[in-house]
Design a protein. Structure first.
Length: 522
């Protein structure tokens, strides 16, 4: 690359990101609006200062749209499935059954804020886990501000592999690192995040006495959750990693609750109310289907047969007038029809709707409401993600991201692994989601790793893990939680709690990644 790395070029390269940050934080623009404007800035700068032409820009935008489709299909499918279950009353039944597992409040707070929120994150997202669980905790007697903060911290470990793996898919798509390579390393790094968030939940609830009291439950459940999340990646079902890890943690805590019923005096009143129209198993039926079909598609014989059905595009090599080369790529952002999460989500939705319909829990009007709610929630997100992904691809293919990486490497050098997760967390805070953070900074992480001679896989994994933990301080998620427990206008109180734990959790991950960086060279 002949374009020199100096301060003026570095400022030009990072200008679209600065515009994006300024628009969100200072002008409070919505993601769709600021995403489109930042995209325009990237187009202008890359054309005028970085030697791209119309063909290069068209190809970069096409790549961006194709990447967006891959992720957005997952998001739309996950939200629609959740809305169908919610229309049937299944989410309320699942939540009620969770509250009836134990009357020990110490275990209950871990079950709800650490595990149940993460199970919901595994199947949906968009702040829904906090919106669902925080009101339940408030009704049970938990202080509302603490209830929202506990849920935000508690589920922040589950974001990357949640929403059927939308953030996990985004980091591998923008960096080009295969899921089977980056996924297990993400799970290993997340082991620190899982334990840290568990202890964070306990500390918010009852301070150091509660941490000491709950340590056996947190350590045992956290280790099992970490192993299950890693195992899901090893067997090729990363999209289930958050859901299954949270379910495993729930089982461990249930065992603790059963063992402790005679030892610990109950201090949570039993919930009273109307008889449910369905059992827990029926309420959870579409998610059982989701797990079953996902595992089925990973059986070697079936996976081989289905892998021939896919959609992808080929892109030629491009070069800027300054000589920055982007290699040709074949089958870019391949969507394998029957192993991509979207068709599996659709199958699960159809099964769930049919079962609920048989019991008169849903009808055609329910289907229309679920569809409308999905469109209303996903359209702004889709526009924001699409424009930001296109912006990121323009910056990557024009060499702008490489210039930024060289500048970052010059400042931090070998200590960059300590900072890497904070970049992910900052991206989530600014962009409002782990997915957007990965799109924005994923290539920056791998490029910087290359410059300083560290593992690109490790830095990309740290990016997504940091971005996941950073969701605990995203304004949109905090506002969603606050609104559902009548705390509108008190979001700053929630932020004051979550930011301390978020920064500590990310710092612990950074230290772990820094240690790993001396041994991991892939």
């Amino acid at each position: 690359m002949t374009l020199p790395m100096n301060f003026s070029n570095w400022l030009l390269a990072i200008a679209p990101v600065i515009v994006l940050v300024t628009g969100i934080l200072l002008f409070k623009w919505e993601a769709a609006k600021i995403g489109a404007f930042s995209w325009f800035v990237a187009v202008f700068i890359s054309y005028v200062f970085f030697g791209t032409d119309f063909k290069m820009l068209a190809l970069a935008n096409a790549k961006g749209l194709q990447l967006s489709i891959y992720v957005l299909l997952i998001i739309w499918g996950a939200v629609f499935l959740y809305n169908i279950a919610d229309e049937a009353g299944a989410i309320k039944v699942i939540g009620k059954n969770m509250t009836m597992i134990t009357r020990n409040k110490s275990i209950m707070v871990l079950l709800l804020a650490w595990c149940f929120t993460s199970m919901l994150q595994g199947i949906t997202g968009f702040g829904i886990p906090v919106a669902v669980v925080a009101p339940i905790m408030a009704i049970m007697g938990f202080e509302p501000v603490s209830a929202v903060a506990i849920c935000l911290i508690g589920h922040s470990w589950a974001i990357s592999f949640g929403s059927m793996g939308s953030s996990y898919n985004s980091i591998q798509l923008v960096t080009g690192i295969p899921g089977e390579v980056i996924g297990p390393w993400m799970a290993i790094i997340f082991s620190v995040g899982i334990l840290a968030t568990g202890f964070g939940v306990a500390h918010i609830y009852g301070g150091w006495p509660e941490v000491r009291k709950s340590a056996p439950q947190i350590i045992s459940a956290g280790l099992v959750m970490s192993f299950v999340q890693w195992l899901m990646n090893i067997i090729g079902t990363a999209q289930l990693a958050s859901l299954m890890a949270a379910a495993a943690g729930t089982l461990v805590l249930i065992l603790w609750a059963i063992w402790g019923r005679k030892q610990i005096k109950s201090n949570v009143p039993r919930a009273e109310g109307e008889v449910d129209k369905m059992s827990f198993n029926l309420a959870f039926a579409p998610y059982y289907t989701l797990v079953g079909v996902s595992i089925l598609t990973q059986i070697k014989f079936i996976k081989t047969k289905l892998s021939s059905l896919y959609w992808a595009l080929d892109y030629p090599a491009t070069k800027t007038s300054f000589g920055y080369l982007v290699e040709a790529v074949k089958d870019y952002s391949k969507i394998v029809i029957f192993s991509h999460p979207a068709p599996i989500l659709l199958i699960s939705t159809v099964v769930g709707y049919f079962l609920y319909w048989r019991l008169d829990l849903v009808d055609f009007s329910s289907l229309k409401r679920a569809a409308k709610s999905t469109v209303d929630r996903c359209i702004p997100t889709s526009v924001g993600i699409a424009t930001m992904v296109m912006m990121a691809l323009i910056m990557s293919d024009s060499g702008m991201t490489q210039i930024i990486a060289q500048g970052v490497a010059a400042v931090f050098g070998g200590y960059f692994p300590l900072v890497s997760p904070f970049i992910g967390a900052l991206g989530s805070f600014i962009m409002g989601s782990n997915t957007n953070s990965n799109v924005m900074f994923g290539v920056l992480q791998t490029n910087t790793a290359k410059v300083i001679g560290k593992s690109g896989v490790l830095m990309a994994a740290a990016q997504s893990v940091g971005g996941s933990l950073g969701v605990a301080i995203t304004p949109s998620t905090i506002m969603t939680g606050a609104a559902n427990v009548n705390l509108g206008g008190r979001e700053n109180e929630i932020m004051k709690i979550t930011i301390k734990y978020c920064l500590l959790n990310v710092a612990l991950v950074g230290i772990f990644v820094y240690i790993l960086s001396f041994f991991v060279m892939i």
